[in-house]
Ligand binder design. Structure first.
Ligand SMILES: NC(=O)C1=CN([C@@H]2O[C@H](COP(=O)(O)OP(=O)(O)OC[C@H]3O[C@@H](n4cnc5c(N)ncnc54)[C@H](O)[C@@H]3O)[C@@H](O)[C@H]2O)C=CC1
Ligand SMILES: O=C(CO)COP(=O)(O)O
Length: 334
């Protein structure tokens, strides 16, 4: 008989909380462990079975002694790891973790971002920093906001891995009545697509903030998907359908949803907030801010025509006026 799998969720934010819910509601037998950095939050969850800071209505059904702030111990005891920390903090969070500790583990990244100092997507970072073999890595993507998971609204997740086995192991653990999983072998395209859609959602928020309407936003997003297609075709040229949920679907939900942190952040920038004040206003992290700088640097190698990413970078990092930059961008959209 196969041993019961042990799976650890690494991270204490909204997406980690939603993933704990999906794993708990999924019928495959397993032991679920949860690591978070914040000791007060961990104690609160052990006592009251709710995350005090994120998705606080979700009931946490895992045993209290499986909620921990001890990272190495939890990694050691689990076969499967789900990373759900904003990319900007990943390196710091894993600073005490060795390649040896990760040997033999299956790791899935639920992160939609790039490790800033390395300019690497998470799959590349895990391979280069920890020698994790590509066939043991997967990513979770697709149009899915944690807030809607908490409400059990029907959602679709794409589980991408170079190994169909790895994709199916994670996929079988996340399916529930309200979550459908789709498997993909496009791990690179799925990761880069998720990073880019966050930047486009920031752009969408900026446009709204400076006063453009739905008509203009539709043109912006139509251009954004073509920009994404150009970049993915250059970075990882395989035969992919850019209209699938993991690419176009995720772009749409992030660019339009009231729950999107990237859109909310962009909207504040468009209204005149500084980056710092917009970040302080949110208890959550907009990955698109960090990704904008990383993609700007990565694209120095690839030289893809990316006017939307370029405009967002100019606003966020070169302090260009959102009004002027969006007007200049509008002249390039088709
Ligand atoms: N929230 C969502 O609906 C979805 C999020 N994701 C991705 O999941 C990843 C995690 O995001 P969320 O859970 O949504 O984050 P969040 O925005 O809900 O929460 C922020 C997280 O960052 C941590 N944090 C803040 N400052 C920190 C610091 N200085 N050092 C270490 N950690 C710090 C907090 O403890 C918390 O876990 C991101 O890459 C995001 O793009 C992916 C799909 C859906
Ligand atoms: O990736 C997401 C939805 O699919 C979450 O997007 P935001 O980080 O903008 O909320």
């Amino acid at each position: 008989m196969e041993r019961k799998k042990k799976v650890a969720v690494i991270g204490g934010g909204s997406w980690a909380t939603a993933i704990i819910k999906m794993l708990s509601d999924n019928e495959v037998e397993k032991d679920i462990f949860w690591w978070m950095r914040n000791k007060d939050a961990a104690s609160y969850i052990r006592e009251y079975h709710h995350n005090p800071n994120y998705l606080s209505a979700v009931e946490i059904k895992i045993p209290s002694d499986q909620i921990t702030t001890k990272l190495s111990a939890v990694i050691k005891s689990c076969d499967l790891l789900i990373l759900s920390i904003p990319a900007a903090f990943l390196k710091d969070a894993l600073s005490t973790v060795s390649a040896e500790l990760l040997q033999g583990k299956y790791i899935i990244s639920a992160i939609k971002g790039i490790v800033p100092e390395e300019n690497q997507i998470i799959g590349d970072y895990l391979q280069s920093r920890f020698d994790v073999p590509l066939d043991r890595i997967a990513v979770i993507s697709g149009p899915c906001h944690a807030e809607e998971v908490s409400l059990e609204k029907l959602s679709y997740l794409t589980i991408a891995s170079a190994s169909p086995h790895t994709a199916s192991v994670f996929s079988s653990m996340l399916n529930t009545r309200y979550i459908k999983t789709i498997q993909s072998d496009d791990i690179y395209g799925t990761e880069y697509g998720a990073v880019l859609k966050n930047i486009y959602a920031v752009a969408s928020g900026i446009c709204h903030g400076v006063g453009y309407g739905d008509n203009f936003q539709a043109v912006l997003i139509s251009n954004a998907i073509r920009e994404m297609a150009r970049f993915l075709a250059k970075v990882h040229p395989i035969n992919r359908d850019i209209n699938e949920s993991a690419y176009l679907g995720d772009l749409l939900v992030t660019a339009y949803s009231q729950f999107s942190r990237n859109r909310t952040f962009g909207n504040m920038i468009g209204k005149g907030y500084t980056v710092r004040s917009a970040q302080l206003e949110m208890n959550m992290v907009a990955e698109g801010y960090y990704a904008s700088k990383c993609i700007h640097q990565i694209n120095k190698t690839y030289q893809v025509d990316m006017p939307i990413c370029r405009a967002v970078y100019a606003i966020l990092y070169e302090k260009h006026s959102p009004h002027i930059e969006m007007r200049l961008l509008s002249e390039q959209l088709t």
